[in-house]
Write a protein that binds this ligand. Structure first.
Ligand code: IMP
Length: 179
């Protein structure tokens, strides 16, 4: 990986995780999923946009028959008491009775997953689990069941490997952290 700092939108980042380190963590997570979902034909629900690179690498290592769908989650400031209203776009597959695995880039406060999981549960799947590339345990503000985490990281802002800083940086093969 590059050994020097990079600048995105005038913000400095330093190298944090290399392609090799990411590959090792993603491969290990895929091995766990292969073991746990053997014979269950899971439906991977990839959350765009941040998870695209992680999902691509993870799914190449899935050796069990599976289906893959891409969704987008739109958040609105609602007028109701809940504050945030979430809508799932792109889920046309029948999820009734299926084993769903949400593929997410990062669980930070947990707000996204806190709203998404019950929405998916409402469609009657056999099970719903979350597979996330990154998890920031220090930031978590909701009680969520996280069974599949590739890497736990400190509460710092990261960019690269699909994750962006204000729209930029998703294309970087390595991950950088704000300095
Ligand atoms: P949560 O709902 O607070 O868990 O945040 C989830 C979303 O926030 C992720 O899907 C990312 O889009 C974004 N996010 C949180 N932390 C970072 C980060 O360090 N870098 C880039 N995006 C982040």
């Amino acid at each position: 990986m590059g050994h020097s700092h990079i600048t995105i939108h005038k913000k400095a980042f330093r190298p944090y995780l290399s392609v090799a380190q990411l590959d090792e963590a993603v491969t290990a997570l895929a091995a766990r999923l292969n073991a746990d979902y053997a014979g269950r034909e899971p439906l991977f629900v990839v959350v765009l946009t941040g998870a695209f690179m992680f999902a691509s690498d993870l799914l190449k290592h899935i050796t069990e028959p599976c289906e893959i769908v891409f969704i987008r989650v739109a958040s609105y400031e609602g007028t109701g008491s809940s504050g945030v209203v979430q809508e799932i776009m792109g889920l046309r597959e029948e999820v009734q009775g299926r084993h769903l695995i949400i593929v997410e880039d990062i669980v930070d406060t947990g707000t996204t997953m806190h709203h998404l999981v019950p929405k998916l549960q409402a469609n009657g799947p056999a099970s719903v689990e979350i597979a996330t590339l990154f998890f920031k345990p220090e930031s978590l503000r909701h009680k969520i069941d996280l069974r599949y985490v590739a890497l736990e990281i400190p509460n710092d802002f990261v960019v690269g490997y699909g994750l962006d800083y204000d729209g930029l940086g998703r294309n970087l093969p390595d991950v950088y952290v704000a300095v």
